[in-house]
Design a protein around this ligand. Structure first.
Ligand SMILES: Cc1ncc(COP(=O)(O)O)c(C=O)c1O
Length: 359
């Protein structure tokens, strides 16, 4: 059956705001600088202010943001980086990219890196801790910062899924954002940014994004070419002003899904006490994922799985990791429902009634 409910509905955002976004892009491009135009600097300033950081350095993707954050922090061959066993591939592949070794850590009940499990994995080679705000819920910034301080680690936040949540973008030495088309603040294309407070780190990030060129115009270090297009920056800047409304809508949809799950064998991954969640993804846990996904599909509700196996099971990592029992169980049980600010009330109701009936 064709999906009656779209899993993503980015085209609806464009239908409402597209004319204004197109105008902003045209104005940005009329300046003649398709890359590194003034709109990029204006967006960087707005993003830094929004997250309470001294610097935001816009780059070509969230994937590059993560690799550049590690490189700027001096992570490289011989180093180990603690990463959660459940996340998008880029969270751990960035560690391989800089020549270091990802050390996979089991997850807590909210599927975020479990600091108790991490403690046993710290070695003299451990250089950094990568904290992922999975599904849009921030990690406990106080506990993570304390852990990093205690062990002398650089704390890097992967805030790709959480921009808009309290503290997102402000945790640790460096925070990485993604503006890919599915994200809470989505670019017309790819995009990312690294946020930090340290001037030297910011300067290193600016060198990394364009061939290693320094302020004197010399290419003293190896860099890359990873830039946020000026037109995309103009749209992102405008979206920074409207995302609170979208976040509230996603939270209301999440609350409706939570209510529909009450009394069923399925349960939301949920929100840890005292934390904030922007529901980039709405993820539940179910004892029978195949049956629930089939029932939802039959009603026209598409689902996805984030993520169907722990990261260390991806062949690229060469099976370096030991098994993480909580992550293994979670990856068998998780199921993601459609969530987007432009889902209609009727679509949300179709999801909730199907969930309740499928129990
Ligand atoms: C947790 C996480 N980290 C990193 C990334 C990479 O971001 P990008 O797609 O912009 O490269 C993503 C994007 O899907 C993500 O979800």
């Amino acid at each position: 059956m064709n999906a009656a409910v779209p899993f993503f509905a980015a085209e609806r955002t464009w239908a409402e705001h597209g004319e204004r976004y197109a105008q902003l892009m045209a104005e940005a491009l009329a300046g003649g600088q398709a890359l590194q135009g003034p709109a990029v600097r204006a967006f960087e300033a707005a993003l830094a202010a929004r997250c309470g950081r001294a610097h935001a350095v816009a780059v070509g993707s969230g994937t590059d943001a993560l690799a550049f954050a590690l490189l700027a922090a001096g992570v490289g061959p011989g180093d180990e980086v603690l990463v959660p066993a459940i996340s998008f591939i880029a969270t751990a592949s960035c560690v391989l990219r800089v020549g270091a070794v990802p050390v996979f850590v089991d997850v807590d009940p909210w599927l975020r890196l479990d600091l108790d499990a991490a403690r046993a994995l710290v070695t003299p080679a451990t250089r950094a801790l990568l904290a992922v705000d999975l599904y849009g819920q921030t990690v406990d910034h106080v506990a993570f910062e304390r852990f990093a301080d205690e062990h002398g680690l650089t704390l890097v936040e992967d805030a790709a899924q959480a921009l808009g949540a309290t503290h997102a973008g402000a945790i640790g030495a460096l925070s990485c954002c993604s503006f890919d088309p599915t994200k809470t603040i989505a670019a017309p294309g790819s995009g990312g940014a690294v946020l930090c407070d340290d001037d030297a780190l910011a300067a290193a990030l600016r060198r990394l994004r364009w061939h290693g060129r320094d302020d004197a115009g010399r290419f003293a270090t190896l860099g890359h070419n990873s830039q946020l297009p000026t037109a995309a920056a103009a749209v992102l800047h405008a979206k920074l002003a409207s995302d609170a409304r979208w976040t509230e809508r996603r939270r209301a949809i999440a609350a409706a899904y939570d209510a529909a799950l009450a009394g069923t064998p399925h349960r939301p991954v949920g929100v840890a006490p005292g934390r904030d969640h922007v529901f980039h993804k709405y993820v539940l846990r179910t004892p029978d994922r195949t049956a629930l996904a089939a029932a939802l599909a039959a009603a026209g509700v598409p689902t996805r799985v984030h993520y169907d196996r722990p990261l260390y099971r991806e062949p690229v990592f060469g099976h370096r990791g030991r098994a993480c029992p909580a992550a293994e169980t979670a990856c068998r049980e998780v199921l993601s429902l459609p969530i987007h600010a432009y889902l209609t009330d009727a679509e949300v109701e179709l999801v909730t009634t199907t969930l309740a009936a499928a129990s």
